[in-house]
Design a binder for this molecule. Structure first.
Ligand code: ATP
Length: 625
C-alpha cells in the first residue's frame, strides 16, 4: 500500500499519514523535477529565471514607494514652495520625484509582463510534462503482466497514477512559486531586519498553527482520495455503462437506467458526505488559525505606527514597513502552507512514481534465447499447474501434452475446463505455478519474450473491436505492416473477411464501429472474420484461434477452419471450438476436463474410445438429426 495510508472502509474516516511518511513522500520531488526538466529544459530554465527576477520586484517597488512618500513629505515641508503646477515644474524641485515615479511605473509594468510570461511558460511546460507523463504511463503499462491488469488493487493504483499524470501539474508551478516566494521573503526580511527583527519572529510563530493545520488537512484529503479510489472507479464504470454506445442496447432492453442512476447516487452520496465533512472541518480550523496571523500583523502594525508617532521612523518608513509586514505575512503564510501542500502533493505524485516502480514479473532473462526458426521439437507441457491470483481452484493442473511443429491440435472441453488458460500459458501471458512449458527442450522462460509473442498469433474469443478503418482493424495483427495493403488484403481473404470489406461503402478505408462519425457497425460474425484476419497478418509459427468463431454460422466456421488448416501448413496450430464439425479436422484432439488432459487422439480414436468426447459429440449430433 503506497505510503501506508490506512484503509478506511465505508463510513470509517481515513486516518492521515504520519509526518514521517509525508516527509518521506518528498523523495518524489527530485524525480518529479527531473521529469519536468527532461520534458523541456529550455522552458524550465526560462520559468525559473523569470521567477527569480520577479521575486525581487515587490521589495524594490515598496522601497521606491517609501522614497516617493519621503520625497513628498520633504517637498510639502519646504519653507518656500511654488504655488502653481507650472511653477513647480519650472523650479526643478520635482526632478527626483519624477524619476522615482517613472521607476515605480517601470517596475509595475515589468511585474505585469513577467507575471504573464510565467503563466505562459508554465502553461506550455505543464502541457508538455503532462503529455510526457501520460506517454510514460502507457509505455510502462505495456511492460506489465496481464495478471496485473486483472488485479483490482493494481487497477486502483493505475487509476490513481493516471489521474496524477494529467492532474498533478499544479505541483510544478507551486514548487517554482515557492522558490520565488523564498527569494522575495529573504529580500523583505533583509529590509525589515534593520528596523525590527523580532517582529519577523513574531509573524513566523503566529503562522505555525496555520501551517500544522494545513498539513494535517492535506494529508487527510489525500488519505480520503486514496481510500476512495475503488468507489471512484466504480462511479466511472457505472457512468460508462449508463451512457455509452456499447451498452445502450442492453441498458434499454433491460430498463437498467434507474438501477444504474440509483447506484451512482448511492456511491457518490457516500463520497460527497465524506468530502463535505472534511471541507467543513478544514474551513473552521483554517479560519481560527488564520485569525492568529491577523492578530500578529496588527500588533506589529500598532508598534510601528507608534514608532512613527514618536518620530523614530519617517512616514515613508511607516508605509514601507506596514506594507512589507503585510506582504511578508501573506508570503510566509503562503510559504508555510505551500510547503505542507507540496508535501501533500508529493503524496499524490507518489502514486505516479510507485506505478512506475511496479516491475513486470514476466520478462526476458539476461541472455535470452531467440525464438527458434523453424521450431524443431515443438512445445511440451510438463505437469503444468496454474492458479489465478486470489483463486482457490487450479485453472489447470497436471497438464501434460506436446504440440509438434506443423501439427494442428484442437482443444475441446466444457466451459471452464482450462482451454483459454492453456493458450495464455503457451503465449506466456502467464507463467506456470507448477511444472514447466518447454520449447525445443528449453524452458519457455529462457526465450526472448518479444520474439515469442511475435512468433505466436492468437485470436481470443473476446478479441477487441477496434473503432478504426477496416484496413487498420486487420493491420493491428502486425501493425508495422499497416501500409502494406497487399498483405492486408491477403489476410482478409484468408479469413473470409474480404467479403465483409467488399460490402462496406468505403471498402478498406471504411471506419468501423459506431463510436465515430460515419462509422459502420458489423455483425458479430463479420467482426470475427475481421479479427481472424489479424492472425494471418503475422509471420507466426504458431497460430491459435481460441473460439473467435462462435458467432460464425456453421458453414462459415467450417470454411474458416478449412482455410486455417490449409494455411497453417508447416506451422503449428491450435484451435478451440465447441463445434465438432470443425474440431474433427484437427490432426489431434485434446479433451480437457478440470484443467488436465482427459483423453487425446484423432476424431476417430476418440469416438471409438467412447469417453466424454463421444458423449459430447453424440449430444451435438443428436441436435441435428
Ligand atoms: N482471469 C481469471 N481470473 C481468475 N480465474 C479465472 C480467470 N480466467 C479464468 N479463470 C478460471 O479458470 C478456469 C479455466 O478458465 P478458462 O477460461 O481457461 O476455461 P475455458 O476452457 O477456456 O472455458 P470456456 O469454454 O468457457 O471459454 C475457470 O474456472 C475460470 O473460472
Amino acid at each position: 500500500m503506497a505510503l501506508g495510508v490506512r484503509q478506511g472502509r465505508g463510513g470509517v474516516p481515513p486516518r492521515p499519514t504520519s509526518w514521517r511518511e509525508r516527509l518521506g513522500a518528498l523523495r518524489n520531488l527530485p524525480p518529479f523535477l527531473a521529469m519536468v526538466w527532461d520534458s523541456s529544459w529550455q522552458l524550465t530554465a526560462t520559468t525559473v529565471a523569470i521567477r527569480l527576477v520577479r521575486a525581487l520586484l515587490p521589495v524594490a517597488t515598496l522601497f521606491v514607494g517609501k522614497l516617493i512618500i519621503d520625497e513628498v513629505v520633504h517637498l510639502s515641508h519646504l519653507a518656500v514652495r511654488p504655488v502653481s503646477l507650472a511653477g513647480w515644474l519650472g523650479s526643478g524641485l520635482l526632478g527626483r520625484l519624477e524619476v522615482l515615479l517613472l521607476v515605480e511605473f517601470a517596475l509595475a509594468v515589468a511585474s505585469d509582463l513577467l507575471g504573464r510570461a510565467v503563466s505562459l511558460v508554465d502553461g506550455l511546460l505543464s502541457d508538455r510534462v503532462s503529455n510526457d507523463a501520460s506517454v510514460r504511463l502507457m509505455e510502462h503499462a505495456a511492460t506489465l503482466d496481464l495478471a496485473d491488469f486483472e488485479d483490482a488493487a493494481f487497477q486502483d493504483r493505475m487509476d490513481r497514477a493516471r489521474m496524477q499524470a494529467s492532474g498533478r501539474m499544479s505541483l510544478m508551478g507551486q514548487l517554482f512559486g515557492q522558490v520565488q516566494d523564498i527569494v522575495t521573503v529573504l529580500s523583505f526580511a533583509a529590509g525589515l531586519v534593520v528596523y525590527a527583527p523580532w517582529l519577523i519572529v513574531l509573524l513566523a510563530i503566529a503562522l505555525v498553527p496555520s501551517f500544522l493545520g494545513e498539513a494535517h488537512f492535506n494529508a487527510l484529503s489525500y488519505a480520503l482520495s486514496y481510500v476512495r479510489t475503488p468507489q471512484r472507479r466504480e462511479l466511472d464504470y457505472v457512468r460508462q455503462v449508463a451512457a455509452s454506445a456499447d451498452t445502450a442496447k442492453e441498458v434499454k432492453i433491460f430498463g437498467l437506467s434507474p438501477f444504474l442512476i440509483d447506484r451512482y447516487h448511492t456511491i457518490s452520496r457516500d463520497t460527497y458526505d465524506a468530502s463535505r465533512r472534511l471541507a467543513l472541518r478544514r474551513a473552521v480550523w483554517g479560519s481560527g488559525f488564520a485569525a492568529l496571523g491577523t492578530i500578529a500583523y496588527y500588533a506589529a502594525y500598532a508598534y510601528i505606527a507608534w514608532r512613527a508617532v514618536t518620530g523614530s521612523i519617517t512616514i515613508g518608513d511607516l508605509t514601507f514597513l506596514a506594507a512589507s509586514f503585510l506582504r511578508l505575512r501573506g508570503l510566509l503564510e503562503a510559504l508555510l502552507t505551500g510547503f505542507s501542500s507540496t508535501a501533500g502533493q508529493a503524496l499524490y505524485i507518489d502514486d505516479l512514481f510507485s506505478f512506475f516502480r511496479t516491475e513486470p514479473g514476466i520478462r526476458s532473462p539476461a541472455g535470452a534465447l531467440p525464438f527458434p526458426d523453424p521450431v524443431r521439437q515443438g512445445f511440451v507441457f510438463e505437469d503444468v499447474g496454474f492458479r489465478y491470483a486470489g483463486a482457490e481452484r487450479w485453472a489447470v493442473r497436471h497438464l501434460s501434452f506436446t504440440l509438434a511443429p506443423g501439427e494442428v491440435l484442437a482443444l475441446v472441453g466444457e466451459n471452464g475446463a482450462g482451454k483459454t488458460t492453456l493458450v495464455k500459458l503457451l503465449s506466456r501471458l502467464y507463467d506456470p505455478v507448477e511444472g514447466r512449458v518447454l520449447l525445443d527442450g528449453r524452458d519457455l522462460r529462457d526465450y526472448d519474450i518479444d520474439g515469442l509473442r511475435a512468433a505466436i498469433g492468437v485470436i481470443f474469443q473476446d478479441f477487441v473491436r477496434y473503432n478504426l478503418p477496416a484496413a487498420d482493424n486487420i493491420a493491428v495483427g502486425r501493425i508495422e505492416a499497416r501500409g502494406n495493403r497487399e498483405r492486408i488484403e491477403a489476410a482478409a481473404s484468408a479469413a473470409l473477411a474480404d467479403g465483409v470489406v467488399a460490402n462496406l461503402p468505403n471498402g478498406y478505408d471504411q471506419m468501423i464501429g459506431k463510436r465515430f462519425q460515419g462509422g459502420v457497425d458489423l455483425s458479430g460474425g463479420e467482426w470475427q472474420k475481421m479479427a481472424i484476419a489479424r492472425a494471418y497478418m503475422r509471420d507466426a509459427q504458431v497460430l491459435i484461434l481460441d473460439e473467435p468463431t462462435a458467432a460464425l454460422d456453421a458453414r462459415a466456421e467450417y470454411e474458416v477452419f478449412q482455410r486455417f488448416r490449409e494455411l497453417s501448413t508447416g506451422r503449428s496450430a491450435v484451435l478451440i471450438s465447441h463445434r465438432f464439425s470443425s474440431v474433427r479436422m484437427a490432426d489431434r484432439i485434446l479433451v480437457l476436463s478440470n484443467g488436465s488432459v482427459e483423453a487425446s487422439g484423432t476424431h476417430g480414436d476418440l469416438l471409438a474410445a467412447g469417453g466424454r468426447y463421444a458423449e459430447l459429440f453424440e449430444l451435438q449430433a443428436a441436435g441435428y438429426r
